[in-house]
Write a protein that binds this ligand. Structure first.
Ligand code: DP6
Length: 399
């Protein structure tokens, strides 16, 4: 927290996460308590991150929020829930004899948040956004405790973005949600060879948001009920073992099966919800042909509530699979970089692989590929020149 002339300010960054055992369905929509536990991989912030600055000053007359430079509704119930919870914890702390946060607590806050990726691209921006909001507010108010329970109130999946590496969100049992928390299963350094390719297939907004979609699924899908009660508890234990043992075969198989079952529950919802598109299905079939050609699991896909694919692979498989993608989805010549993020080496594809795997190319169907890997949890940004708010408490003009 930086305090100058009655202005206190803190900036944090937070990551996106991708679930390999999916969360879908709430047992309490207000507290955001899930019907099943879930498990995710936190992606590296060098490629995908949200940055948030929170500031408090006696001069501010109201709480205000800016998202990607535009003023947004600070009265949004989920933003309010996070603000209220952080302030409640800070007050509790002050009651216990801490007075460092006294200034900020009596003041209104200004919050500015930005993603370094297109918000509409369907890349789980709400998880990174709420994890970052809670992290920045916690810094501002001098809180040091684990705050996944607060991030959960913003968006369920956001609680998993409060940690790096491999993260479980345990369902919890208590009605007040105090045991519905995220826990780190293994740090990002645990599996150094693991890589992630995000295949962005569409910039369109999803037809049914996850919040509304999962509620309809809870109300109408018998498959979802079976999944939460029977399938997920077994899968979660298996997935933890595969991660501990760095067993890509087991990890990849289960990630694909769990993604497929999540989308099956969407089809089992009434009226049904479709997040996968023809391009998504093309990617699924391609991954299976590629693995079949090699005789084992080299790549594993997973899809959230949208058509973009997230593909896991080990580092030594990336160059070849990216070349397969380039041949399967020849990039439109729009000058945009097709492969972004971590560098990808070149690979020559043997003729038999091409013949077996690249069957019907779809030019332009994949807009770009982002190459990344598991990464750490939220970070404090020390450099004051990185604050998104200026000394007047308003968003800095963006270059
Ligand atoms: C398909 O966390 O976006 O990405 O709790 O209503 O904000 P709310 O939903 P959200 O749902 C994410 C669903 C998912 C699977 C997952 O991330 O586990």
């Amino acid at each position: 927290m930086a305090a100058e002339r009655g202005l206190a300010m803190a900036t944090c960054t937070a990551p996106v996460n991708i679930a390999v055992i999916k969360y879908w369905g709430k047992r309490d929509t207000d507290l955001i308590l899930p019907i099943n536990s879930s498990l995710s991989v936190t992606l590296h912030q060098d490629q995908l991150r949200t940055t948030t600055t929170a500031a408090a000053s006696r001069d501010f007359t109201e709480d205000r929020l800016w998202l990607n430079g535009k003023e947004a509704d600070v009265g949004h119930p989920r933003v309010q829930a996070c603000l209220r919870e952080v302030r409640r914890l800070a007050r509790k702390r002050r009651g216990a004899g801490e007075d460092a946060a006294a200034l900020s607590l009596s003041c209104k806050v200004h919050i500015a948040s930005e993603n370094n990726f297109p918000t509409a691209a369907g890349l789980a921006s709400s998880a990174a956004g709420y994890a970052c909001l809670v992290s920045a507010l916690a810094r501002l108010y001098g809180l040091e405790e684990e705050l996944s329970e607060v991030a959960r109130r913003g968006s369920g999946s956001a609680c998993r973005s409060m940690f790096g590496g491999f993260v479980q969100w345990q369902r919890g049992e208590r009605p007040d949600g105090s045991d519905s928390l995220a826990l780190q299963v293994a740090p990002e350094t645990h599996w150094p060879e693991l890589r992630v390719l995000v295949l962005v297939v569409s910039g369109e907004k999803k037809p049914v948001g996850s919040t509304a979609g999962m509620q309809t699924s809870v109300e109408t899908s018998p498959l979802l009920k079976h999944r939460a009660e029977v399938v997920v508890p077994e899968r979660l234990a298996q997935m933890m073992r595969h991660i501990q043992e760095r067993d890509f075969e087991g990890f990849g198989q289960l990630a694909m099966r769990d993604s497929n079952q999540f989308h099956a529950t969407c089809l089992d919802t009434f009226p049904p919800i479709f997040y996968l598109t023809d391009v998504s299905r093309h990617i699924i079939a391609l991954a299976h042909r590629y693995n079949a050609h090699h005789g084992h699991t080299k790549v594993a896909y997973t899809f959230d509530a949208g058509p973009n694919a997230v593909v896991f692979a080990l580092a030594d498989a990336v160059a070849e699979f990216v070349e397969v993608l380039r041949r399967s989805f020849p990039p439109a010549a729009n000058g945009d970089e097709f492969v972004r993020g971590l560098p990808v080496g070149s690979a020559a594809l043997p003729q038999e692989l091409l013949a077996a795997v690249v069957t019907e190319p779809l030019p332009g169907a994949v807009r770009y590929i982002l190459h990344t890997k598991p990464g750490p949890g939220p970070q404090l940004v020390d450099d004051p020149s990185q604050h998104l708010l200026g000394a007047d408490g308003l968003p800095r003009s963006r270059a």
